[in-house]
Unconditional design. Structure first.
Length: 191
């Protein structure tokens, strides 16, 4: 019974928690919009985003005072954050692909299709987000000087990395397309 729990149920729970942590955020980034301030809009134009206004060329420098607030896809906020870090060469493309990957990976992890592949991809994405965000804050100051939200965000990222590593190493678990297509542990071995 313990072996059944370890091989089938724990990976299933890890996969479901990981999927439920990723898919809604990816959906929000891909399909929801938010309002960007004129200053943020000017930065987006400078990064190469086409805001659809005549006379404003993507990639050019624009005076924020000449712009109105912009309603645009939510993932552009992540591009602004990546640009502020100054470590990502193409923040618009990286932010777009990261939000699409979270949506696709979360959905496919939920149904258990190619789980190890998507867990590896999400391990890289979540690990990178941890390294660029909470890990930097933790390295710059002692743990105790962090705000509770920063501290919790760091450890939530680490927990999601652990779940992704679990799915990567152990597999999809019970009730997955991977188990149905590629096989898995038989019930006689689990007893």
């Amino acid at each position: 019974m313990r072996r059944f729990f370890a091989i089938s149920l724990m990976p299933l729970l890890a996969r479901l928690v990981l999927a439920l942590a990723l898919a809604p955020g990816g959906y929000r980034d891909a399909f929801d919009t938010r309002v960007f301030s004129p200053k943020e809009t000017a930065l987006l134009v400078e990064l190469g985003y086409d805001i659809g206004q005549e006379g404003i060329v993507p990639g050019s420098t624009v005076n924020p005072e000449t712009l109105d607030p912009l309603r645009a896809p939510h993932w552009l906020g992540k591009a602004i954050e990546l640009h502020a870090l100054r470590v990502v060469p193409e923040p618009l493309q990286v932010a777009l692909w990261e939000s699409v990957a979270r949506l696709v990976a979360g959905t496919l992890l939920l149904i258990g299709f190619l789980s190890r592949l998507w867990a590896a991809a999400m391990l890289a994405v979540i690990g990178t987000q941890f390294a660029l965000g909470p890990a930097r804050a933790m390295a710059e100051s002692l743990f105790y000087s962090l705000e509770p939200g920063q501290y919790e965000a760091g450890f939530v990222s680490l927990a999601l990395c652990a779940l992704a590593l679990n799915v990567l190493l152990v597999g999809a678990g019970a009730l997955s397309i991977d188990r149905a297509v590629f096989g898995g542990t038989s019930t006689s071995e689990d007893a």
